[in-house]
Design a protein around this ligand. Sequence first.
Ligand SMILES: Cc1ncc(COP(=O)(O)O)c(C=O)c1O
Length: 507
Amino acid sequence: MDIQIIMDKYFSRLPKKVAARIFNAVKDIPFVKTAIEKELDTMMAELESSVKPYDDTVQRFSRLPEAGLSRDDLLAVMEDIHAKETEKWKTGHVSGAVYHGDPAHIDFLNKIYSYNSQSNPLHADIWPSAAKFESEIVSMTAAMLGAKFGTNKTDDNICGVVSSGGTESILLAMKTYRDRARQEKNITAPEMIVPRTAHAAFDKAAQYFNIKIIHIPVGPDFRADVRAAKKAITRNTIVMAGSAPCFPHGVMDPIEDLSELARKKKIGFHTDACLGGFVLPWAEKLGHDVPPFDFRLPGVTSISADTHKYGYAAKGTSVILYRGTDLRRYQYFTITDWPGGLYFSPTFAGSRPGALSAACWAAMVSIGEKGYLDATRKILETAAAVKAGIQEIPELKILGDPLWVIAFASDELNIYQVMDQMGRKGWSLNGLHQPACVHICVTLAHTRGGAARRFIEDLKTAVGFVKAYPEEKGAMAPVYGMAATIPFRGLVSEMMEKYIDLLYRVK
Ligand SMILES: Cc1ncc(COP(=O)(O)O)c(C=O)c1O
């Protein structure tokens, strides 16, 4: 019997804990194990063609070619791939992912990259420009996010470093708080408190750095529950976090209350502004009601803000900011007795791509305040039109009160089938769960060429189709369906691990 049918028929009707216990007990019985394996392999085989579309069209290499290929031939292959893949996002059919997308802007960044492709900030003597670019990226970002300059108090001095992305910024911050707590408070069993909706990077940090993570619930408005946060604090709490806004539903946590709680308890508070860092300051200037989230709040001790999202840099940069250079020091790595010499590095990597920092710096100073204001105005106007359009569809409901990342769900329809129908029309949206919903993260790409209008038209058609054909199976609906009904989370993890294996497989 198909494993999904077994799930639907037996497990989905049982209380989750009971189902998990039964499933745990039977999963290793050989015939059950084989059935599960078979089901997972079928699922992977179905995904294979979408994951490996070049298997039959572009030469594959499982080992080095004996003689190198000609550069011209390779350039032709790359041009072909580039054209195909650009097609997917240039019309504004993708949620998030490409945040600017204007060809002239991209060409400009590519040119800056090409001048700096050999630059490595690890060698500040050879490429002192890298230190110039990175220190100025940090300073410009800090100035946007409430840093006061000219203060003599070192603990108010907002400082930071450039990292490779939002996840690295969050990992670095959590490691920093762990090391500070160990050094200054002798905490050896550290705990961190994050809302259920905080980015998965916090869970990754907890796993990597052996920090106990406590997830606090969000309310019906999808914002973190402050009372639950207060209750969760123990003697081992090293940091609390909130999102501005969160990835799933695009809503802002009550950062003011959470950070004040943290300040009173003398623990760190991290604002994850990976998504909002380069939008919210401008939204506020444009007159939108932006709740406080940055260093103007005395309890906020670190902020992550992604330059490679709404900072419109090339992929691969983010900024992690700290209140006070003393705190930042806990992030650094130095070693004095390595035979390779005196070695130090500010982030996880050793050698780093200086070209990305150069391109990031160039993006920021070429866009300037006026450019960011203009981009934010367009994004928020487009997001308002998208929200109004979704509200017109009676079968759908918007979750919370989002700004420009808009999550919607349905009480009547399978929302993943709606997502699959949107996929057939070229839309790449994000499927989310707990609760089941789908989101669109509005970027500059949606502000051009009527993308928002097309989105609403296509969404209306997709909803109509799913209403008429509720049995129609798409590509992702069964995967999310299975993930939702499987009581044994280890199996869902295995499904994802198999998917990563698939990505790295050469036929
Ligand atoms: C709120 C938030 N935090 C962190 C991240 C992680 O960023 P990255 O994918 O650059 O590692 C994201 C990514 O979308 C995000 O939305």
